[in-house]
Design a protein around this ligand. Structure first.
Ligand SMILES: *Cc1c(COP(=O)(O)O)cnc(C)c1O
Length: 415
């Protein structure tokens, strides 16, 4: 289902003209579709319905309470990477028994907090971290259920900044050291080794890398079982891509991904854990902005909009290409614009040479595919207030995070 797009002259989020939201809460803002989030989650749930599977939504993709609540209501658990995210997940109604804790460097106080909440599983990423978790659990008289995140050394062909499963990356235990790590864990107090985990990267647009990684993990599970370890959960991580640009390649569907996963692991007698983030919320959100000025440069025509790199980092950080749609999308004159924000950095560029109908000051611009790694990565650079978030549910909308006022932003400073 298409949740964002034109109906006649106006651009809609489900059954709400986005212009109406802009009039009520000002621009820029993020706008999410509840229906889109639900249907993306359901695609995974249905694809894995025949197998014992826990879907732990990766909170870092979009951690708004309202978004987490939608997923909690559907039975989702959470994949978290910090104490803050554990708190967010619990507050949104995701039970501790469905929370897996990933991340390369969980601090002592974070580990203690997670143990006090009795979360489902720690995904351990190094030997020192293993010892830390063991020591803290033993001191508190608790048992930490752990899986090792294994780095299978797979090149996923994604942007270098979001590849995590190659040996040169900081993530996980190199697969060659896996058996040693499990042997070590078996000797330590306070631990219950229950599974294995992988997460090879993000925005992965083909199943090939998964196929290779799954094979390696499957082989390891058999070896580990042979070594006498109990493996009852296999965490496949997240990483499935979305179609940011319709002209580009097409992301694999949840059904195809499930088919591959179940073909490899279906007979292992294990519970599967999934950690999708981007593929749940990415297409379910847009960034709404207004044209401030149209400026003739020496070479380009600049469309200067009121959203900037601090609000949405993906284009400047990953050279990400997003579909950008204008509310005013007809008229005879077509222009190639460099679409930029007001921040004092040349990197503050959303797109170059993008063809749109001629735009004017105050026209609305929609950056699509902004639901994941958008709002959560925003900063207050240039003392710009964090962008508010709005949730559309069919023909209604509500603000789910307010725009902070200047007093509260500057008031944090201690002169
Ligand atoms: C970021 C992350 C995910 C989610 O990745 P997506 O590409 O958003 O699906 C899952 N697991 C771990 C450990 C992560 O760090």
């Amino acid at each position: 289902m298409q949740n964002f797009g034109h109906k006649g002259q106006h651009y809609y989020a489900d059954n709400v003209p986005v212009r109406r939201i802009a009039e009520s809460c000002g621009t820029p803002f993020y706008c999410y579709s509840q229906l889109a989030i639900e249907s993306a989650y359901d695609a995974y749930a249905n694809a894995f319905a025949q197998h014992d599977t826990l879907i732990c939504y990766s909170v870092k993709a979009n951690s708004a309470q309202a978004v987490l609540r939608i997923l909690a209501a559907r039975g989702a658990g959470a994949d978290v990477v910090s104490e803050g995210e554990i708190r967010r997940a619990l507050l949104a109604g995701m039970p501790a028994s469905k929370i897996v804790y990933s991340g390369v460097a969980k601090t002592a106080s974070e580990i203690e907090f997670a143990l006090s909440k009795d979360i489902l599983q720690f995904n351990v990423e190094s030997e020192p971290e293993l010892h830390q978790i063991s020591a803290i659990a033993a001191r508190l008289g608790k048992t930490a259920r752990i899986a090792f995140r294994i780095n299978p050394d797979i090149d996923v062909g994604t942007h270098e900044k979001i590849s995590t499963g190659k040996l040169e990356n900081k993530f996980g235990i190199p697969w060659q050291f896996a058996r040693q790590a499990y042997a070590e864990a078996a000797e330590l107090p306070g631990l219950e080794v229950c599974g294995i985990d992988m997460h090879i990267g993000s925005q992965i647009m083909s199943l090939g890398p998964y196929s290779q990684a799954f094979e390696r993990i499957a082989e390891l599970v058999q070896q580990l079982r042979g070594d006498g370890h109990t493996i009852t959960t296999i965490d496949l991580g997240g990483g499935l891509g979305i179609n940011y640009d319709a002209d580009n390649e097409v992301a694999p569907a949840a059904t195809e991904y499930a088919e591959l996963a179940l073909k490899t692991f279906g007979e292992f007698g294990c519970r599967l854990i999934l950690e999708p983030g981007r593929s749940i919320v990415g297409d379910a959100g847009i960034l709404v902005s207004r044209v401030i000025y149209v400026k003739k440069g020496g070479i380009s025509t600049f469309l200067i909009i009121d959203a900037a790199m601090n609000d949405f980092m993906r284009p400047s950080m990953y050279n990400a290409r997003h579909r950008i749609v204008a509310e005013r999308n007809n008229g005879s004159e077509q222009v190639h614009y460099d679409i930029v924000g007001p921040v004092c950095e040349t990197a503050d560029t959303f797109a170059r040479k993008r063809q749109l109908a001629a735009q004017h000051a105050d026209d609305l611009i929609f950056i699509e595919g902004a639901g994941a790694y958008g709002s959560v990565m925003a900063s207050g650079y240039n003392t710009r207030p964090l962008v508010p978030e709005v949730l559309v549910e069919d023909n209604e909308f509500r603000i789910i995070r307010e725009r902070p006022d200047y007093d509260s932003i500057i008031g944090l400073d201690i002169p």
